[in-house]
Ligand binder design. Structure first.
Ligand code: ASP
Length: 325
């Protein structure tokens, strides 16, 4: 008798909790934002700033989980298979558009398996080297690299990462192959560069600015059309001798395909708040970047831009002849 009573009480409690969950407006629990690179790197930095602001505006904790490896494709694959309930979000960068051309086989489709939420920021890249690297300017860097070829080690975050793309374009522009050293993200790569274990890297200003300003690494050029206001003494790659060499590492926020529209709308609204957040804006400015306009922080803008970036990079990557399995 007592057992039966307890069972029906437990049953009622289950039904009540199911009801409460159904009625609970999103978000009712912690949200995980997956970053497909190691902690402490530039994508991680952008994600943590956005997640912090979203935690305040959504009134739920947004935690960042780093799922690094294979140039961002391991994290992307994880998100593609995650439950489309709004509790898994994905902050990635330009790699979402280059991986489909770089990999012979991907376990996910970069367009069809994701709900775009909005663009976040476009980050310049910088050519940097360990503090005691012999070249004092970009011209000397190119001369040194051409003379020493594969003896020069080049850190990146794996095939599909922005640092890989930048290095690939650099090597093809100067027609010289360096020895690539892949990491799970350029956070750990920077540690090795600072320790002198690797020679060279091309990475976002969101990772390199403080090391450049602190004189810990040598900086040779930025990859934007015009100089970066927070690094006014560093020439553009065009000025330094690689005309037209431009890469901006755009970042976007996604959810798994099938995430309900009201949820996507709510996250997008929180993204818009984050991009106007004075703390985010100031930190971005300190790190050489700025939030995108409100019009670009929308699902439509990200969807269209992602498709155009896939179309833009595909022939360039084919021409470079770089593929991964
Ligand atoms: N900057 C890295 C890249 O090369 C990734 C990272 O660690 O954020 O794509």
């Amino acid at each position: 008798m007592k057992n039966k009573f307890l069972k029906s009480v437990a049953g009622l409690a289950l039904i009540a909790s199911a009801f409460a969950q159904a009625a609970d407006p999103y978000p009712a629990k912690t949200i995980t934002m997956i970053v497909p690179f190691a902690a402490g790197g530039p994508t991680d930095t952008v994600a943590r700033l956005v997640a912090q602001s979203m935690t305040t505006s959504l009134k739920q904790t947004v935690i960042v989980e780093n799922v690094g490896g294979a140039g961002g494709t391991i994290g992307a694959a994880r998100v593609a298979k995650a439950a489309p309930d709004g509790y898994t979000l994905f902050l990635h960068h330009i790699g979402q558009s280059t991986a489909p051309s770089l990999y012979r086989k991907l376990s996910y489709n970069a367009i069809d398996d994701f709900e775009p939420i909005g663009l976040i920021t476009d980050v310049p890249m910088t050519f940097i080297a360990r503090g005691d690297f012999p070249a004092k300017d970009f011209k000397e860097l190119v001369a040194y690299v051409k003379a020493n070829k594969s003896k020069v080690t080049y850190a990146n975050a794996g095939v599909g990462s922005a640092s890989h793309l930048c290095g690939m374009l650099f090597m093809s522009a100067i027609e010289t192959e360096l020895t690539t050293v892949p990491y799970k993200g350029t956070g750990p790569a920077m540690n090795d560069l600072l320790g002198g274990q690797v020679d060279f890297m091309c990475d976002q200003t969101t990772n390199t600015t403080s090391q450049i300003k602190g004189g810990k690494v040598k900086a040779y050029a930025v990859t934007t059309k015009t100089r970066v206001p927070s690094l006014p003494n560093i020439p553009t790659a065009s000025e330094a001798g690689l005309p037209g060499f431009e890469v901006a590492v755009w970042h976007g926020l996604y959810a798994p395909k099938g995430t309900p529209k009201p949820v996507v709308d709510k996250v997008q609204a929180a993204l818009q708040v984050a991009l106007k957040d004075p703390v985010v804006k100031q930190r971005f400015a300190d790190l050489g970047t700025e939030p995108v306009s409100a019009e670009r922080a929308t699902p439509e803008a990200l969807r269209t831009f992602l498709k155009s970036e896939i179309a833009k990079w595909s022939p360039i990557i084919k021409k470079a002849g770089v593929y991964a399995d």
